[in-house]
Design a protein around this ligand. Structure first.
Ligand code: PLP
Length: 380
């Protein structure tokens, strides 16, 4: 019996297990020197000056917005086509989440729509590099001007590159960039997240916020035990156990992305020309790490529902997923912020057709062939 092919999955090998075991056999298992090494390595990869690793990407988004110390009642804008953590981050800090529509080709926040949503109250924008494809960050920076902060949500985009070839996370056009190391992401630390920044001030603030607001480096302190709580914080530490896995995985990032892109190229080649299918578009001037392979299926033209397609593929052990139900259509957002169906038409049209096909580096050529054969059968 064939094992289930999921839409995404981690790839853990013996070297990862050995790296974690080394930490477990040592004296320090919570946040310590291995976390510092993980942060240094993320800085090397991205070119950012500072990095703070955190319990997960949601915690990273929470702290990133909170660290900006924005007055309550102001507004933050993000794409409606994201995991809800991106927009919840505004709400945690008392900001109103304003959701923007997507570019129908890239599925990223649409600068033209974003422009219309900037008001006197806008204080921060979170562009999400959906599926690994970098947003038009320079354009967004130009729209935002100098006063509006930008936090890039790069949960999908470690290893991706902007128009100028620089790595996502360098924070050239943003205050901070947030990563997630959840198992379906390009690399994993089990659970985990990180923020990169070039601001020493934000870095110091974030470091204390992840340990309940504690600051230990106090000039002329009365003794070694002394620390001060200088702001509100949380326990959002990432342990050395997780970081050992993260470092080990980071060493394989290039190989993981190469394999992802090989699978993408094969899907693109073999699925081209199917009349009901639109293949994912990669802007020619950027490099996507391809966290997801999102296809658009014209279910009306096919004469079958998405549910039928998903269930038929599941019968032959092929898992698929939908990324994402637009955030503005979620009951909580409708109730609290008055969103309605029809508000963001590009994203709603996209949602009606989106289906993420299996994509992960451990996927074998035979598994790719199995997906292709069955998908073609289902869609013809
Ligand atoms: C775009 C995006 N932002 C943020 C997150 C939150 O990351 P985490 O699951 O590590 O909390 C995710 C995770 O799925 C995500 O896809």
């Amino acid at each position: 019996m064939r094992r289930q092919i999921p839409y995404g999955s981690q790839w853990i090998d013996d070297s990862d297990v050995a790296a974690v075991a080394r930490v477990l056999k040592g004296d320090l298992i919570t946040q310590g020197p291995v976390a510092e090494e993980f942060e240094r390595k993320i800085c090397e990869l991205t070119g950012a000056k500072y990095c703070v690793c955190l319990a997960n990407g949601t915690a990273a988004l929470h702290l990133a917005v909170m660290a900006l110390e924005i007055e309550k009642g102001m507004e933050g804008i993000t794409s409606t086509n994201t995991f809800v953590a991106s927009s919840n981050a505004f709400i945690y800090s008392g900001l109103k989440p304003v959701l923007a529509d997507i570019d129908p080709r890239t599925f990223n926040i649409f600068p033209e729509d974003l422009k219309k949503r900037i008001t006197k109250k806008t204080r921060v924008i979170i562009p999400v590099h959906f599926a690994g494809q970098p947003c038009e960050t320079a354009k967004i920076r130009a729209l935002a001007g100098k006063k509006i902060h930008i936090i890039e949500d790069a949960a999908h985009a470690i290893g991706s590159k902007y128009e100028d070839g620089s790595p996502v996370g360098a924070c050239k056009h943003s205050d901070m960039t947030v990563f997630s190391f959840h198992p379906v992401k390009t690399i994993t630390s089990g659970e985990g997240g990180a923020i990169t920044t070039n601001s020493k001030e934000l870095y110091e603030r974030l470091k204390s916020m992840r340990i309940c607001g504690v600051v230990r480096d106090i000039p002329n302190k009365p003794g070694p035990w002394y620390y001060e709580v200088q702001r509100l914080g949380f326990n959002y530490r990432l342990t050395d156990i997780h970081c050992a896995l993260g470092i080990s995985q980071l060493g394989k990032l290039g190989a993981f992305i190469k394999r992802r892109r090989e699978i993408v190229a094969r899907y693109n080649k073999e699925l081209a020309g199917l009349p009901v299918l639109t293949l994912p578009y990669e802007r020619p001037d950027v490099f996507s790490a391809f966290h997801l392979y999102v296809s658009l299926i014209d279910f009306k033209a096919l004469g079958k529902s998405r549910k039928w397609v998903i269930e038929t593929l599941l019968k032959v052990n092929i898992g698929t997923q939908v990324h994402y139900i637009p955030v503005h259509l979620q009951p909580y957002y409708r109730k609290e912020f008055g969103y309605r169906k029809g508000d963001l038409p590009n994203s709603e049209k996209y949602y009606d057709q989106a289906l993420s096909l299996p994509l992960y580096p451990r996927m074998t050529d035979e598994e790719v062939a199995h997906v292709l054969k069955n998908l073609k059968k289902v869609l013809s």
